[in-house]
Design a binder for this molecule. Structure first.
Ligand code: ADP
Ligand code: MG
Length: 737
């Protein structure tokens, strides 16, 4: 037995290059390798005699290689490897594309097992089948010496790429499924050592496989039924740990104290009456839920979920107003400078009549305002005014989390786009809160998080467990549907003409270029914005390059007569601000931008959102970008472009043309891409949950019930040392609210 803790470099057959690639995925030991789970399976279990092959079916054949050779097609510059495979019933042509090395792997007279699809051209043939050699020693002796080749199938226990259910792993960082199968299968007997940490009673009541049996079956299942059982077990344990974690957090939180703020009915009534619009019913309801929470002496922990444009800001502003008028401080934190600045302006507008001191603090600038009049202030002086409690509403980026920012009586923290804050930043938020200097050290501020990436209900329930939800599930009256098109490459020029006509009529447009992933190890569909991660710094550089190129093309070749501005994350805040201000005033026609405009920006005259490389965005993100237009009286349009011919991509993007509901899109994203990618991995704080367990609401409930049962009997998990250890590991890997 190879011990589970064996480092990958000490495992035979893994070269240094692959050691590195595995390490990149966090696979450092044999144990890690076993817990790198397949995403799905190819079913190659149907083993067929060659004579019985039917066009269109997926099948496995076993036989002898004849006449293997390479040719090159000059037209398509493709390398073609051809062979014939013969069994006792006949032979069939086999073709592989662009794998010329195969003639060094599969030699004439060798016995092989092939799995793939049977195609028809002039004759029937196998195209690009998965292949493996069948070792001579394992081939039935009688047949080795005879010229007649039997179709008797190879025992499946030895097959790993053909002839059975074949695991397909998430293929990232240059690790193919083929390589992983090659490495994992011969090591699997060592999985017997894995100790199960799930209590027996739970396994019994939930009818779950033992962990080591599940590991065996999840990698190389002997049937679909077994594969499903294995996945169920693996999924359950993820959810069980998550629920244990969430429930224990809740117990802890019940002990926390907060400053109650009595409901100031007159103030709120007045403020609502003064708004330039009528609140929607769901805005009223959400605001009411928040005001109720604020009256309690236990910290609020509420997530305000609402589609783009559903009007979350004004709800938060009302809460901030009441808190400020009660004499307490509120922080209002946004993930980007642009958004922080916009919130600062919005709050100044909405709360101008209340004689409140509001300020803006980001990494680069400091501003204060009183009664709506804004002026710059030295950062040092601003910090003093925050510390002594004079500043009542403090708007900013994660700069607010810096150590030197101290408060007098911070009792409400509002976090916009909360999931965009990194794990470390959330931890800092918590710390900041716990070390309140003079104010009320024993009090934890009420927390209102907001998200415009609507988190599907199932996910919210799992993630936050006891977090309260307020939903803005209706749009303010009179909002239009944004006409969305997936523009095929041949219609590109027509689309440009369309944009030109709109702009001639006085409208404006956004053009968004995708983030270019560098060292992309999560697949090309991720698109995250975490200002602090090193990878993103590199990504930013190439983003800027891509967006500049687009800008040059549009301003030089396509729309030389229009005023076009370039916006990206590397510009100084003042530059960004000027560009946005010019755009808002109609001085520029088009903004070409990276996805920095993804959140928040509000320009009612902008009616076109053109998105390049749309396949690089999640549906929820595309929906957010789309939400930048359609904010005024004019019909608005979202034009999606992609160079990807993949049918899957086309179908995914097509969803945007018919679906206009952020919640639905988010659900679809989750189903299509999994929770890690839904959030952007680095900041989700979520462990990768490859089993897709987060979508299974019933199992979530069962896991929750079992976790509650265990904690009720044994809150400190004294009788479950293994479980306790697992939970600790789990906790070290995540930081949720
Ligand atoms: P989001 O929920 O995406 O953050 P915002 O708070 O930015 O949305 O609101 C989008 C726009 O809708 C803003 O211009 C805001 O003033 C406006 N708005 C908010 N609530 C209403 C309402 N009830 N009726 C009309 N317009 C509203
Ligand atoms: Mg918003």
């Amino acid at each position: 037995m190879i011990p589970l803790s064996t480092p990958i470099p000490n495992i035979p057959r893994i070269s240094p290059i692959y050691q590195k690639r595995l390490a990149k995925l966090g696979i450092k030991t044999l144990r890690d390798l076993f817990f790198h789970l397949p995403r799905r399976y190819d079913d190659f279990s149907k083993i067929t005699k060659i004579v019985d092959l039917r066009v269109g079916e997926t099948a496995t054949i076993q036989g002898k290689v004849l006449e293997i050779s390479n040719t090159r097609t000059w037209k398509k510059r493709m390398n073609i490897t051809q062979a014939h495979i013969q069994d006792s019933t006949g032979s069939i042509r086999v073709v592989w594309f662009n794998q010329p090395y195969l003639i060094n792997v599969l030699k004439n007279d060798m016995f092989v097992s092939l799995s793939g699809k049977v195609n028809l051209d002039k004759d029937i043939y196998f195209s690009n089948p998965s292949y493996e050699r069948i070792a001579n020693g394992e081939w039935p002796l009688a047949e080795k010496n005879s010229s007649a080749i039997s179709h008797k199938p190879q025992a499946i226990g030895h097959l790993r790429h053909t002839g059975r259910l074949i695991p397909i792993y998430p293929e990232t960082a240059g690790l193919t499924s083929r390589f992983l199968r090659y490495i994992i299968q011969p090591l699997l007997p060592n999985a017997k050592q894995i100790q199960d940490w799930l209590p027996d009673a739970i396994k019994r009541s939930q009818r779950l496989l033992d962990l080591n049996a599940a590991i065996l079956q999840v990698h190389f299942p002997s049937s679909i039924k077994n594969a499903n059982q294995a996945r169920r077990r693996m999924a359950f344990e993820e959810l069980f740990l998550l629920q244990l974690f969430v429930l224990r957090q809740r117990v802890k939180r019940l002990k926390d104290k907060a400053q109650p703020t009595p409901f100031n009915e007159e103030l709120v009534r007045n403020a609502v009456a003064k708004l330039p619009f009528k609140l929607t019913i769901s805005q009223k309801k959400s605001a009411w839920e928040i005001f109720q929470d604020l009256t309690k002496d236990r910290p609020m922990n509420r997530l305000l979920e609402g589609d783009v444009g559903s009007g979350k800001t004004v709800v938060a502003a009302l809460a901030a107003l009441e808190n400020a008028k009660a004499g307490f401080q509120t922080t209002f934190m946004a993930p980007t400078e642009i958004l922080a600045r916009q919130h600062f302006q919005t709050l100044n507008g909405l709360l101008a009549g209340y004689n409140l001191e509001i300020c803006l603090l980001t990494g680069k600038d400091a501003k204060e305002s009183l009664g709506g009049r804004i002026s710059n202030i030295a950062k040092k002086s601003l910090l003093v005014k925050i510390k002594n409690g004079q500043m009542r509403i403090i708007v900013g980026t994660h700069a607010l989390l810096q150590k030197q920012v101290g408060f007098k009586n911070l009792t409400l923290t509002i976090v916009d786009e909360q999931h965009r804050f990194g794990v470390a930043q959330r931890a800092a938020l918590q710390k900041n809160v716990e070390s309140l200097p003079d104010g009320l050290p024993q009090n934890i501020p009420h927390l209102l998080s907001m998200t415009a990436t609507p988190i599907p209900r199932t996910l919210a329930l799992t993630l936050y467990g006891d977090l309260d939800l307020s939903l803005l599930d209706e749009m303010p009256k009179g909002r239009q549907k944004i006409i969305t098109n997936l523009v095929p490459p041949i219609k590109r020029n027509a689309a440009y003409e369309f944009i030109r006509r709109q702009i001639k009529q006085g409208r404006q447009a956004f053009v968004v270029c995708p983030r270019i992933e560098v060292a992309n190890d999560r697949g090309s569909d991720t698109n995250s914005t975490n200002e602090n991660s090193i990878r993103d710094i590199f990504a930013d550089i190439s983003d800027v390059r891509a967006v500049k190129k687009e800008y040059e093309k549009l301003s030089g070749d396509i729309f030389p007569e229009l005023k076009i501005a370039l916006l990206h994350g590397k510009l100084k805040p003042t530059e960004k601000e000027n560009i946005m201000a010019d755009f808002a005033r109609g001085r520029t026609d088009i903004i070409v931008s990276t996805s920095v405009i993804e959140v928040g920006i509000d320009v009612p005259n902008a009616v076109i959102m053109m998105i390049e490389g749309a396949e690089r965005f999640g549906l929820a993100q595309l929906h957010q970008l789309r939400g930048r237009v359609g904010r005024g009286a004019h019909q608005s349009y979202c034009l999606l472009f992609t160079d990807s011919p993949s049918r899957q991509t086309q179908e995914r993007l097509k969803i945007m043309t018919t679906c206009h509901n952020g919640f639905e899109l988010a659900e679809k994203d989750l189903a299509l891409r999994g929770p890690g990618e839904f959030f952007g991995t680095s900041q989700s704080g979520l462990p990768d949950m490859p089993m897709g367990s987060l979508i299974d609401l019933i199992m979530i409930k069962q896991a929750r019930a079992e976790a509650a049962k265990v904690l009720q009997q044994d809150p400190e998990l004294k009788n479950y040392p293994l479980l306790k250890e697992m939970l600790k590991k789990f906790q070290d890997n995540i930081h949720l609210e």
